[in-house]
Design a protein around this ligand. Structure first.
Ligand code: F0G
Length: 358
């Protein structure tokens, strides 16, 4: 019997703000792999039971699809003709895909020259109209919020300030519990605009209130050192980091992130670009999972906490890998040696292999 992948609205319908008459716009997102990562834990000397939640396995290669299936379904139901967002790249790719599937126009505002090329290419191919703003993400978000508030155009804002986005994204917390057979002790994730950490906390609390889990995990949020407003306690005017997805100086869900940290008894810490890139390479080399730099910060952050003696030992820790490594091809090839060239001869290939396997 062939099994159709239902997408997360069907899987978690009772928990979502949809009705039987809502048109479901889905690309069969969600139910992404939760992989044990013992080799990575050993290599980085993490004294924990480590898992990777591979959100790059979503249809457009990032966790944004969770929020977008809900937000675009409800935008369609409400009669919007277009969806609009500001984005460091992944939200725009996801909005473009779900808009295409719904027959809506997507319009995306991106910070000039600061979006990874895979994400921009996706948005364009998926039919989005792209505007490059001469400013950073925070400026682009201010503009789309003002656009949506003016109510002059039949558009729906699909940034995470749209509560439907967080409703969809909270399903990731449900999945982690369902896949693990209970909540982890801790869940680590990158924090940019801070919608995702807010959504995870909402999801865990909701599962607890339904009696589906008996305790709540600590949330461990990480920001890049050059873009760490939540760690510093003040907005950052000119955020800078190799992890372009989280190059954000004034997160929209600031209070949600602080609440998630404090109510869960977790932390929000800063990690250097060097540590991010080290984790980025280690995750791929040790576990075969290629994620984008912003995603690797979850592992880099856990490694930093481990060095500080944060863990007692044996805790279950889930690191959320939010986006796929191919999203950022420039970063992927930077500093990578050219492949060895061999003649079209078996003996030469044999010799090269002997060298590689030595
Ligand atoms: N990881 C990736 C790969 C992201 O693209 C983002 C955010 C985050 C983490 C942080 O999530 O904003 O909810 O705290 N990307 C947004 C975008 C800003 O426009 O694609 P957050």
């Amino acid at each position: 019997m062939p099994e159709r992948s239902p997408g997360l609205i069907e899987r978690y319908r009772p928990y979502l703000p949809v009705t039987p008459s809502t048109p479901v716009v889905t690309l069969a997102e969600g139910w992404t792999p939760l992989l044990p990562a013992p080799r990575l834990a050993r290599a980085l000397e993490l004294p924990v039971e480590l898992y990777l939640k591979v959100e790059g396995a979503n249809p457009t290669g990032s966790f944004k699809d969770r929020g977008m299936t809900v937000a675009v379904s409800l935008a369609l139901e409400a009669g919007a003709r277009a969806v609009v967002c500001a984005s460091t790249g992944n939200t725009s790719a996801s909005a473009a895909a779900y808009a295409a599937r719904a027959g809506l126009q997507a319009v995306v505002l991106i910070p000039r020259g600061a979006v990874a090329r895979g994400k921009l290419a996706q948005a364009v191919h998926l039919g989005a109209r792209v505007l490059e703003v001469e400013g950073n993400f925070d400026a682009a978000l201010r503009l789309v919020r003002a656009l949506a508030e003016s109510e002059r155009l039949p558009i729906r804002l699909v940034n995470s300030v749209n509560p439907h986005r967080l409703q969809g994204q909270k399903t990731a917390a449900f999945e982690v519990c369902d896949q693990l057979g209970g909540p982890p002790d801790m869940l680590a994730l990158p924090v940019g605009n801070a919608g995702n950490i807010t959504a995870y906390w909402m999801g865990f609390q909701e599962y607890a209130s339904h009696g589906l889990i008996e305790r709540l995990p600590k949330l461990l949020g990480f920001q890049a050192e050059g873009a760490a407003p939540l760690v510093r306690g003040v907005p950052v005017a000119a955020p800078e980091t190799v992890a372009t997805a989280i190059r954000i100086g004034h997160p929209a869900s600031w209070e949600g992130a602080i609440k998630a940290r404090d109510q869960s008894g977790g932390v929000i810490e800063a990690v250097s670009d060097g540590e991010i890139l080290q984790a980025y390479r280690a995750i791929a080399a040790q576990e075969g999972v290629f994620c984008e730099p912003a995603s690797a910060i979850s592992v880099a952050g856990v490694a930093k906490l481990a060095r500080q003696g944060y863990f007692r030992g044996g805790e279950t820790v889930v690191c959320v890998l939010t986006g796929h490594g191919l999203k950022d091809p420039d970063q992927a090839v930077a500093g990578v040696p050219e492949p060895q060239v061999v003649p079209d001869e078996l003996s030469a290939v044999m010799e090269a292999l002997e060298g590689m396997l030595a």
